[in-house]
Design a protein around this ligand. Structure first.
Ligand code: DGJ
Length: 698
């Protein structure tokens, strides 16, 4: 790992890639190269500033490192601002740079300046030993005496080397169908993925993956994942000359930001990289996130097996009912009991109560203490659901403070799930939300919060703000600040990020929350696809996966199958345990026990997708650490067409080592090279079949 500057050519060398930029003859920072390492001497700026012709300037065709709106560049830009004199163009040229070393990281900061306006834009690149991941962010400093209005502030612009079209992969999801990945070839024009709803949303996800001839094991893969949970935009473009570029950052939709004299704005980080194949991408991001992105307190601890009450009791919670569930949850091996929605205010259904974060006395006449005491006696920790950003019109909070929601006096407020969004950009609202949660946490022994968020924003008036278009950004910042403040005060608190399932699953939430609720869809077959998408860039341990009574969805599948799917993430239980037979509870006990013996490997091991789940009609994942390895195989079909033999080549083993391989009642011994090269054959009967294979180094 090193960063070298030579004659204003900047070379960032990661574990196995080079990322290179150079200041050109006009002082503009250009991108030179990103990919497998080359000889440093060959990195020379070739931009010559000549006009190409009167319609396509040299600058427009050049690979700029951070293109601003203005001049003769008309393609997608990364930055635009308006200055006090009315000028709306920005011209950034090289000013200075700095390379600093801290622990095992290097940070390159290249300061660019718009001279007449004293605007300093610092492009920052941080690399860490052992990774090809580059963290990029931008600092924007107003060193003038006047207001500068920022209209677009992407976290990075990226240029890709090949002139052949790249394949772009992103989610095309919806509620209950998050992370459904689709790939498309970008031949020309602009392709954008974005959210305008306030949260990062269920539809697209804030990242880009661009690949060429890639599969799990090999091929060119470029990626960048934005650490932002609000409105975002990923703009991929390919121009007529064949250059593919990406711009990623906070969405400029209905956005602007008043950068006052002397102020600085720092964009969210984008974590980007170039790898050989998708498995390498996922593995690097998986362990990088554990090492450097997740909140430190629990990053390296395996997550507990939790029980969540939502699918069992919905809003109908009571002390006795929850205690009864807790008894069984503890008896099957759960370590954390989370009471979901319904415990507060007048919350009988989703039409009332949000905002009134005090215990409903009819449901809990003696408060939550008797329940929490019992949960703790049973040896579990206790967790509680909140939806802090929301209010129902039918609530004491709304009756007292109707002005605390985003609103316009001239518009009727649109309700979604009978609720409105609180204006968290107001200091008093933010303080209220924090104090409600603080009040519960200081009164009760609560180790875990599930932070939910169940609607998109609308009528986004925020008259408290000088520039109301800042609200999209400030709201998410406030969410992060409240979560951070709670964690700072309650050092052992874990927080789960939920937004109607996985509506805010991104590296922004994962910088402040410990895990995410991946989807409200707990059907195991659907879940396989959702989990596949999540696993591309996000850490496996953060993927909460419940085993529930999914036959409610009229697609019966046995408990073994449900467990085999959920054990591929952070195993959790969500069914109505009171209705289960002794045999069913025994199955729970058996798998929870097994999961505890493999969870370190699952949550922290190297991770491989062994099959193409659409093509092969099976979903197979492998988790490996130095001692053991676990493989899950689940058929990805609900028909008897899948009644066949399957063949699997394992990955990530030591070729020279001998392994004891266990599946069903079989125990065999094979070398790592055999398991990876020759592979294993299995008979797979019927639909929704599944298998766990465990391997131990001998
Ligand atoms: C949506 C979440 O995704 C569910 O898990 C549950 O917590 C409900 N909200 C509660 O209202």
């Amino acid at each position: 790992m090193k960063i070298i500057e030579n004659n204003k050519v900047f070379m960032i060398e990661t574990k196995s890639t080079h990322y290179v930029m150079a200041v050109d003859c006009e002082g503009v920072l250009n991108h030179l190269y990103w990919g497998k390492p080359c000889k440093a001497e060959d990195y020379i700026s070739t931009y010559n500033g000549w006009e190409k012709n009167s319609n396509h300037s040299a600058r427009e065709l050049s690979k700029t490192e951070y293109i601003t709106f203005g001049g003769t560049v008309y393609r997608t830009n990364a930055f635009s601002a308006k200055y006090a004199d009315g000028c709306r163009e920005t011209l950034l040229t090289y000013d200075s740079h700095k390379i600093t070393q801290k622990d095992n990281s290097l940070l390159l900061e290249i300061v660019l300046k718009d001279e007449p306006y004293n605007l300093l834009v610092t492009l920052c690149y941080r690399i860490r030993e052992g990774y090809d991941v580059i963290e990029r962010f931008v600092k924007i400093k107003n060193d003038s005496g006047d207001l500068i209005i920022l209209n677009k502030i992407a976290s990075g612009e990226f240029n890709f080397p090949s002139h052949r079209p790249y394949t772009s992969t992103n989610a095309n999801g919806s509620w209950g169908a998050e992370f459904r990945m689709e790939s498309t070839e970008l031949k020309n024009g602009v392709l954008s993925y974005e959210s305008k709803k306030g949260g990062s949303g269920h539809t697209n996800n804030p990242f880009f993956i661009l690949s060429q001839n890639a599969d799990e094991k090999q091929g060119e893969v470029y990626f960048g994942a934005l650490a932002w949970s609000g409105n975002f935009k990923v703009e991929l473009s390919r121009d007529y000359s064949g250059t593919t570029r990406a711009v990623i950052g906070v969405n400029d939709f209905d956005f602007s930001y008043n950068l006052k004299a002397g102020e600085e704005f720092v964009t969210p980080s984008v974590f980007c990289g170039y790898t050989n194949g998708f498995a390498e991408m996922s593995n690097q991001m998986n362990s990088y996130a554990v090492e450097y992105i997740l909140p430190v307190r629990y990053a390296k601890e395996p997550l507990p097996v939790l029980y969540n009450s939502w699918e069992a009791t919905a809003f109908d919670v009571s002390c006795e009912g929850q205690q009864a569930l807790a008894e069984i949850a503890a008896s099957i091996g759960c370590e954390l009991f989370v009471m979901d929605d319904g415990w507060f205010g007048e919350r009988k259904n989703d039409r009332a109560g949000l905002g009134d974060w005090y215990v409903n006395e009819k449901k809990f006449p003696n408060g939550l203490k008797p329940l929490i005491d019992r949960v703790k006696e049973l040896g579990m920790k206790f967790g509680l659901w909140f939806e802090p950003e929301m209010v129902n019109p039918d609530s004491d909070l709304f009756r007292t403070h109707p002005e605390w929601t985003y609103h316009y006096d001239t518009r009727k407020a649109s309700l979604l799930r009978n609720q409105l969004v609180l204006n968290l950009t107001r200091y008093d609202v933010k303080k209220y939300v924090f104090s409600c949660m603080d009040n519960m946490l200081s009164q009760y022994d609560i180790s875990y919060i599930k932070w939910d968020m169940n609607r998109a924003f609308s009528e986004t008036g925020a008259e408290n703000l000088e520039n109301q278009q800042e609200l999209w950004y400030r709201h998410i910042k406030a969410v992060y600040e409240i979560a951070d403040a709670l964690k700072a005060k309650y050092k052992d608190l874990q927080i789960e990020c939920c937004a109607s399932g996985g509506g805010r699953a991104d590296l922004g939430s994962l910088s402040h929350f410990d895990m995410v609720w991946t989807s409200d869809n707990t059907d195991p077959l659907d879940r396989l696809e959702i989990q596949h998408g999540f696993s591309l860039l996000y850490p496996i341990k953060c993927m909460r996966a419940w085993v529930t009574d999914t036959n409610r969805r009229k697609r019966p599948n046995d408990l073994d199958y449900r467990f085999n799917v959920s054990m591929q993430g952070s195993l959790s239980i969500g069914g109505n345990l009171l209705k289960y037979t002794k045999e069913e509870l025994d199955i729970h006990r058996k798998y929870i026990g097994l999961y505890k013996s493999i969870r370190k490997t699952v949550q922290f091991g190297r991770f491989y997708r062994l099959a193409d789940f659409k093509r092969d009609k099976i979903y197979a994942t492998q988790y490996a650490d130095d001692e053991q390895s676990v493989v899950f195989i689940c058929s990805n079909a609900n028909s008897f067409f899948n009644d066949k033999f399957i063949h699997i080549n394992l990955a990530g083993l030591d070729s020279e080592q001998l392994y004891e391989v266990k599946y069903n009642d079989n125990v065999i011994k094979r070398s790592g090279s055999f398991l990876m090269n020759a592979g294993l054959d299995f008979e797979f009967h019927g639909p929704l079949n599944s298998l766990i294979i465990t391997l131990k180094r001998i």
